[in-house]
Design a protein around this ligand. Sequence first.
Ligand SMILES: [Zn+2]
Length: 258
Amino acid sequence: MVKIFIDPGHGGSDAGAVSNGIQEKNITLQIAKKVQDILQNEYSNVSIRMSRTGDSTVSLSERTNAANSWGADYYLSIHINAGGGTGFESYVYTGVGTPTTTYQTQIHSAVISSTNFQDRGKKQANFHVLRETTMPAILTENGFIDTKADADKLKDSSFITSIARGHVNGLVRVFQLEKKVIDSGNDGTALYKVQIGAFKNRDNANSLAAQAKSKGFDTIIIQSGNLYKVQIGAFSKRSNADSLASRAKSSGFDTIII
Ligand SMILES: [Zn+2]
């Protein structure tokens, strides 16, 4: 198991940067939760802890202590920039060597390619969360909250997903995370899977999955050949699959049972 500690910056009484009608603490939590969701839904050999899962005040020492005592393999701190500018930058601790800088390179480039953020470069800084963690650590600054064009992107949930997906893609490469294999039951019984769509483009699958989630369905995206299949359930009893399919149909989804 690879243990990833995810740290959504700020929270509670510390809003972080605030501008253009949004608060850094909320955006960092949205991104962090999305990273957690994707990792847990799609990858098998990863275990996640978060420095916070709601709008709570957590000190910097509490964050790094939690990661250190858990024995995390990696510390990912998520922030939004401010002060005028645009794009993405990432930080590791000053003077640190490999593997931390190698990990930074992978995650940095994965976020840039997933978001098309302007690349402000890979940087080093003496930040508490980078200095006081006993494992490799990175801090990412995902756009500028006080630049309207960046703030507008950060208000869009599909863009939040792109940011999260970029971080995940980097983590997958760094730690060789393994895709979950979901297939007919281990006990040999066939499963009836309720599928609401299949796409060549991952983003289309993500957006359909998000729609289904917002309507209360559990979703999973399964990669099969060159298709991303969006499924909302798998059952050993056909009648259970039928009843979920009809619930999905009445919520407006095209469903097939495979
Ligand atoms: Zn911050």
